[in-house]
Design a protein around this ligand. Sequence first.
Ligand code: PEP
Ligand code: MN
Length: 289
Amino acid sequence: MATDYCSIPSTAHQDPELVSRKSKSENTIVSVNGIPIGGKEVIIMAGPCAVEKEEQLVQTARIVRAGGAAILRGGAYKPRTSPYSFQGLGLEGLQMLERAKKETGLSVVTEVMDTRQVEVVAKYADILQVGSRNMQNYPLLKEVGQYPKPILLKRGMMATIDEYLNAAEYVMAHGNPSVILCERGIRTFESSTRFTLDLNAIPLLKERTHLPVIVDPSHGTGIRTLVSPMARAAVAAGADGLLMEVHYRPEEALCDGSQSLYPDDFGLLVEDLRKVAEAIGRSIFKLKK
Ligand code: PEP
Ligand code: MN
């Protein structure tokens, strides 16, 4: 047979077994304290980039809870480009997340950067986040694969979809079936935005895997005014949830203030997201009072 040199990407992928839609046709629903991620409802995860202090975290948590979030985000261990930037509060930050959770009823997602942190982060978090820079940290993927906690695995900023699915396979192959994928933007030639949010990835991943797919439009754009439009686009394209940075006072943020939504923006956005979700036969998950 003649070789096909056509440049249209082939759809005949051999995806790894455990993540593949071919081996499990129905959607995986990752349940976090009764919050079904990957079902008909769209889940909102929001909060500051980093846990900075008690007041900042608790006030922001209250704001996102009132605005319609079900899960609080906030990093205690931060992967920063410069070693001189704020690195996160570590254990103290995890303890603040625990108090904010008690105060608001929100579940917590927070990043684990290192195999040595998995045990302590798992003690405080409801979902362990593996960040973009660690998507191919295989020892870390193997370690979190052995924990009975859902994993939010971000797409590496330079990772292909094939590499991404293989990273998720690592977690599943080590015993953890509860993996949530998160498109967060990839590196391209474009330098006007922080990253290029790959909206293609949403329907493509939904075709190729049964795992839930959420989107982070905050890191995906790096620009506050672009976050809401791309959040709406992500829901329209079939995302099962959103992970977004919101800060009670973005200008005072120690990390990513310029991409953090103001409290009012967040409330208005969730109202819009309800309409977008409804237009495609879905709804936004609401926590019970
Ligand atoms: C984050 O969500 O806090 C974060 C650091 O994101 P990413 O790993 O996608 O850069
Ligand atoms: Mn951030």
